[in-house]
Design a protein around this ligand. Structure first.
Ligand SMILES: [Zn+2]
Length: 130
């Protein structure tokens, strides 16, 4: 295997535990934030944006690894920073998914926040599907 690529992958592996610790810390911090009951629609848009950002980071990492393979070594700090960015995004994705679950379980309209009654299929305020 390409020597520089091997070194880079070794560095990533060595820091794996540290990276996991950072992700757990980020998730903990976010869970403590005061939560506004956002609409499911808004949360889904946020989720899509976060997933798009993860895809972008994954592509950048792929380009870094390929550049290293072709003789233009990527600085391991740059790669690790990108990996940690993904950890942060993934933690945020988990949090948004949890918020969507709570919004759907709550007895309020996910669109406008109006109280809904058991058995309602549509919101009496905005007509949104429940
Ligand atoms: Zn409504």
């Amino acid at each position: 295997m390409n020597e520089k690529l091997y070194e880079l992958l070794e560095t990533v592996q060595r820091t794996a535990v540290q990276v996991r610790g950072t992700a757990a810390g980020a998730a903990y911090g976010m869970g403590k934030k005061a939560e506004a009951l956002l609409s499911v629609a808004k949360l889904r848009i946020r989720l899509a944006n976060l997933e798009g950002s993860v895809d972008g980071c994954m592509m950048e990492i792929g380009e870094m690894l390929y550049a290293t393979h072709t003789g233009d070594p990527t600085d391991s700090e740059t790669l690790l920073a990108k990996l940690q960015e993904i950890d942060g995004l993934k933690a945020e994705i988990n949090e948004v998914n949890a918020q969507i679950g709570r919004a759907q379980a709550a007895s309020v309209c996910a669109t406008c926040g109006a109280a809904v009654q058991a058995g309602d299929l549509f919101c009496r305020e905005c007509g949104g599907k429940l």
